[in-house]
Each structure stands twice: as structure tokens, then as C-alpha cells.
Design a protein around this ligand. Structure first.
Ligand code: ZN
Length: 145
């Protein structure tokens, strides 16, 4: 009945639990977000449906079992460049646009990553802004538990 999966660090000797995946929070971001933010990427052994829908929205940092926050994202990757305008996604009942990304998420135990980004996002219907942790499922090992 409970089909919840866990995302764990994919590195041997670590495999620290990062978060339990709520499938309602899975979104798709454009493929090039990986290259843009130089996210860690490994696809082997992963569920196909999860690799197509490739990020997990985590509104509250306390929803993680373990996660680290690393250095600021270089300013060259920020701002109002035309590039960033294409990073939008549907979540909940809204369409969101990434306005600005602040920091990287890394494994709390072994510091490997980045496995995600912390971003200011804007609701395209009412312009409300929030901070979301966007966790890259492709950067992690996904398993049933
Ligand atoms: Zn780790």
C-alpha cells in the first residue's frame, strides 16, 4: 500500500538517506538545468519514470532526513539572463518560474554533490515568491523501502 521511495546518496561507503520521496512533489525541469548548474548526474539503476520527472520540490528544509548546504552559486549562473527564464515548472495547482538560485544542496555526510539547488521561485498566476529546495533525483540513488 505504501509505495514511498527513498532517495539516498549514491556513493559507496555513504548511502546516507536524503529524503523520503512524496511522488506528488516530483516535477520536470528542462534537461539543460543539469549542465547549467553542473549537477551531479548518474542514471544507472534508476526507475525510468523517476528519471523523466527529474526533480523533487521540497518547500521546507526540515522535510529532509539529511542534507547539506554548500557554497553560494556563482553569480555568473544567476540573475536575469534569458537562460533562467526557461526554467519553469508545474507544481501543485500553479506554474512556477525559477527567479534566482542561491545555494547548492550536497550530501550531509560525504559532502558530494551538488545534488540540488535552493531557489527563489515565483508563482506565475499571482507573483507570490517562495524558496524551494529542488532536489535532483538523478543525482541520487532511488530505492523502495
Ligand atoms: Zn554521501
Amino acid at each position: 500500500m505504501d509505495s514511498m521511495s527513498r532517495a539516498t546518496c549514491l556513493f559507496d561507503g555513504c548511502h546516507s538517506v536524503v529524503i523520503a520521496i512524496n511522488e506528488n512533489d516530483i516535477i520536470s525541469l528542462p534537461e539543460r538545468v543539469y549542465g547549467h548548474f553542473k549537477l551531479l548526474e548518474k542514471r544507472t539503476g534508476q526507475d525510468v519514470s523517476l528519471s523523466e520527472s527529474n526533480f523533487l520540490v521540497v518547500p521546507d528544509v526540515w522535510d529532509f532526513d539529511n542534507v547539506g548546504v554548500s557554497r553560494e552559486i556563482p553569480s555568473s549562473l544567476l540573475g536575469d539572463s534569458a537562460d533562467n527564464g526557461d526554467f519553469d515548472f508545474d507544481y501543485g495547482n500553479s506554474s512556477w518560474k525559477i527567479k534566482k538560485c542561491l545555494k547548492y544542496l550536497i550530501c550531509a555526510d560525504c559532502d558530494k554533490g551538488p545534488i540540488g539547488i535552493i531557489c527563489h521561485v515565483q508563482d506565475q498566476d499571482n507573483n507570490e515568491e517562495k524558496v524551494f529546495h529542488l532536489l535532483s533525483l538523478r543525482s541520487l540513488q532511488i530505492g523502495e523501502n
